[in-house]
Write a protein that binds this ligand. Structure first.
Ligand code: SF4
Length: 344
């Protein structure tokens, strides 16, 4: 153990040389792999942290493979509870969709800071590239998340470091600034060239952004918030499946698009009406809220529209919720004008 200015740092020894340890936020993608490898080549011992924001979609194997290619220990941490809270009320607002990127980065960096302290590491690094993402990777944003996460001076972005003010690891000589990079912007060509140079040949293609940047998902989430709904794990699942229609102020319906979605909707039927066409194949339609008879008839017309009975006049529809039931006969399909008015 080594004391400096009243603070203690744990230093390791590697091949007879004192090594510095750092914790890196790790997505498994190319940029975070490169950042880690660049530091490893400078003799820094890296430990990786992957923050799981959505356990339903956690690609554990992909992240583990990336870490094992680097030969670095990996911790996967479920931060979903705090992440959902951040999505509900971000301090720094949303991006183009409902993505609270600044708050999300601060959350992850705080976790990295905690691991840094626990693991006896000296700084945190990320694979961020200046200007790559509009909300979270411009100069002001990089500075803001550094400050808000409590990592002042201790947050190194090896891929863009030469374009940013020197950090403590550079000033203290724990890493050589000359061996860092000056990448900026959205092009991935410099990263791909560096990957080739460093012998990194396996990396996933760039992700299209998280689900909160998706336009359709964001519109549905805005609608949920706009109608007093709470963003829960269950809602995160339901907002991603099926076709969504708001039938009236307090009532929304979700229509399964295939067998898997129908099965998933049925798993979430508790407390919701299930509307289904009888006699003809058709989707599972879930109704949320406290629907009036008129709302249920609207949901029935949507169910008929997406069933094989859409051109028939004798269509019967049944609805049921937790033992209560009802239905209607001769239900007409919703027309295009109605659907586009209700669609989310
Ligand atoms: S895109 Fe999604 S996961 Fe990435 S920082 Fe923004 S909110 Fe977080």
């Amino acid at each position: 153990m080594f004391a400096s200015g009243g603070r203690f740092h744990f230093l390791g020894w590697k091949d007879g040389v004192m090594s510095v340890k750092a914790v890196g936020l790790f997505s498994g993608g190319l940029d975070s792999q490169l950042a880690a490898r660049v530091l490893q080549l400078q003799g820094v011992e890296v430990e990786l942290l992957h923050c799981i924001t959505d356990p339903e979609r956690f690609e554990g194997a992909r992240v583990e493979e990336g870490a094992s290619r680097l030969g670095a220990p990996l911790r996967a941490l479920d931060v979903s509870e705090e992440f959902f809270e951040v999505v509900r009320s971000p301090r720094f607002g949303y991006g183009s969709g409902m993505n609270p990127c600044l708050d999300c980065r601060i959350l992850m960096l705080r976790k990295a800071k905690a691991l840094m302290e626990e693991a006896g590491a000296r700084f945190v690094f990320t694979g961020e590239v200046l200007g790559q993402r509009p909300m979270s990777q411009h100069r002001g944003a990089l500075r803001l998340v550094e400050r808000e996460s409590g990592l002042d001076g201790l947050l190194l972005r090896p891929l863009s470091a030469k374009l940013l003010p020197p950090t403590t690891p550079e000033l203290e000589g724990w890493v050589d600034r000359e061996g860092l990079y000056d990448f900026s912007g959205r092009s991935r060509k410099p990263q791909m060239a560096l990957a080739k140079e460093l012998g990194i040949s396996e990396y996933p293609s760039p992700a299209g952004g998280c689900w909160l940047t998706d336009r359709t998902f964001s519109a549905r989430l805005r609608d949920l918030f706009g109608h007093g709904g709470c963003f829960t794990r269950e809602q995160a699942v339901l907002l991603r499946v099926g076709r969504h229609f708001r039938l009236s102020e307090g009532v929304k319906t979700i229509v399964g698009r295939n067998r898997d979605e129908n099965a998933l909707l049925l798993e979430h039927r508790e407390g919701r009406w299930v509307v289904q066409v009888m006699d003809y194949p058709g989707p599972v339609v879930l109704v949320e809220g406290e629907p009036s008879e008129e709302d249920l008839l609207r949901a029935a017309s949507v169910a008929v529209r997406y069933s094989d009975g859409r051109d028939r006049e004798d269509v019967r529809v049944r609805w049921e919720r937790d033992g209560e039931e009802g239905g209607a006969e001769g239900v007409c399909p919703a027309d295009e004008e109605e659907l586009s008015r209700w669609r989310l």
